[in-house]
Unconditional design. Structure first.
Length: 142
């Protein structure tokens, strides 16, 4: 299996400095700063990138689980909301809240919920985030 890379550079102090994050694939190169991380400033931040990874992984893993169970998902939309807050004189990521809407023919709500809950615990990014609270709101769209 491949190893994925991303690079980050930072220049200057925490509050006045700035940096850039670049994905190895070239799909994204974006600035980041204190303002983009802790305020409403322009650019990305590590939490946004972590949220993208969690949402993408969850959607793919749920598609896999449903397919293995004999269902054919038409669409899975997942959004992850990663929260960072002050802690112990610094900051800590406390939770990732996944909101998922899926269109899956011929599945009932209970069965879908069981697969979504199992995916919440089993997707690779969820496993990597095992030290934080992972919240799931998942429902079917008809």
């Amino acid at each position: 299996m491949p190893t994925r890379k991303a690079r980050a550079s930072w220049e200057g102090s925490l509050q006045k400095g700035a940096g850039s994050i670049k994905l190895e694939s070239g799909a994204c190169e974006a600035p980041y700063s204190f303002g983009s991380r802790f305020e409403a400033g322009h650019g990305t931040n590590p939490e946004e990138l972590l949220a993208a990874a969690h949402a993408g992984c969850f959607a793919m893993a749920l598609s896999l689980a449903l397919g293995k169970a004999g269902y054919a998902p038409e669409r899975i939309d997942a959004e992850a909301r990663v929260t960072i807050e002050p802690a112990d004189g610094g900051f800590a990521i406390r939770s990732s809240h996944i909101v998922c809407e899926a269109r899956v023919p011929e599945i009932d709500d209970r069965t879908f919920a069981e697969h979504a809950e199992a995916t919440k615990a089993g997707c690779p990014v969820s496993k990597a985030l095992a030290g934080i609270e992972i919240i799931l709101d998942a429902h079917l769209v008809r």
